[in-house]
Ligand binder design. Structure first.
Ligand code: NI
Ligand code: MN
Length: 225
């Protein structure tokens, strides 16, 4: 499985030959100015919640690619009003088998409204089961005891927010790694705004000390999972 990072929480995963794009937020992100959104042609777009830093380029990329959007029911309804009809609505706790594998929508502790003020439903995270691997995309979330429900999922990789202020910071992400029983962590949701700037070396040191494998890919960089 190949992962490419596009800044903030925007992650692309190639799973069983299909391209999944999570939370597209690129053009408003100064740090991602070298990424051309017209080059993104996902088969699926997964949306964790309605905040601008997760949906800013959702409609544009969907219209460029024709991708199927996987999101919570309220965002499904909002997308219909934006003229996006290729949408698979789900809700927390539900799973569905897509052509690349299974997606399960899981709880996140955060808030969710869309840029025009519409109700974004509840914020969510995703479990992706594909190619015999299990990946957790946490979305924007606080540390929560619900993460302990994932401890027996045999997670291979977890994509966790680490920027603090709006989500977990590094210290709570380290606790989350223990709750979910996963040592391989990709840190996201940092540096895009002044209040979520991190000291990467300090954060990396904390993860090493906790016995965890933290990856902080550069924007545009790919990793083999
Ligand atoms: Ni958010
Ligand atoms: Mn966010």
């Amino acid at each position: 499985m190949k992962l490419t990072y596009y800044g903030q929480s925007t992650v692309e995963l190639v799973a069983d030959g299909k391209t999944l794009l999570f939370d597209p937020f690129i053009t408003p992100n100064e740090l991602a100015k070298d990424i051309d959104i017209n080059s993104l042609k996902p088969d699926y777009i997964l949306v964790s919640h309605g905040h601008g830093d997760h949906v800013a380029n959702l409609v544009t990329v969907q219209k460029n690619s024709g991708a199927k959007v996987i999101c919570i029911a309220e965002i499904h309804e909002w997308l219909g009003k934006q003229g996006v009809t290729n949408v698979h609505g789900m809700n927390i706790g539900g799973g569905f088998n897509f052509e690349f594998g299974r997606v399960k929508m899981v709880n996140a502790v955060h808030s969710s409204a869309l840029p025009d003020g519409s109700n974004g439903g509840n914020p969510a995270g995703f479990l992706i089961y594909s190619e015999g691997k299990v990946i957790y995309f946490a979305g924007d979330t606080a540390l929560t005891y619900d993460m302990k429900l994932l401890a027996d999922e045999n997670l291979d990789w977890a994509i966790l927010p680490i920027g603090d202020n709006y989500t977990m910071g590094a210290d709570d992400a380290i606790k989350a790694a223990a709750f979910i029983n996963c040592k391989n962590i990709i840190g996201v949701h940092y540096d895009s705004f002044p209040v979520i700037k991190i000291n990467k070396e300090e954060v990396a040191g904390k993860f090493v000390k906790a016995g965890l494998n933290l990856k902080l890919p550069a924007i545009g960089e790919s990793l083999e999972l």
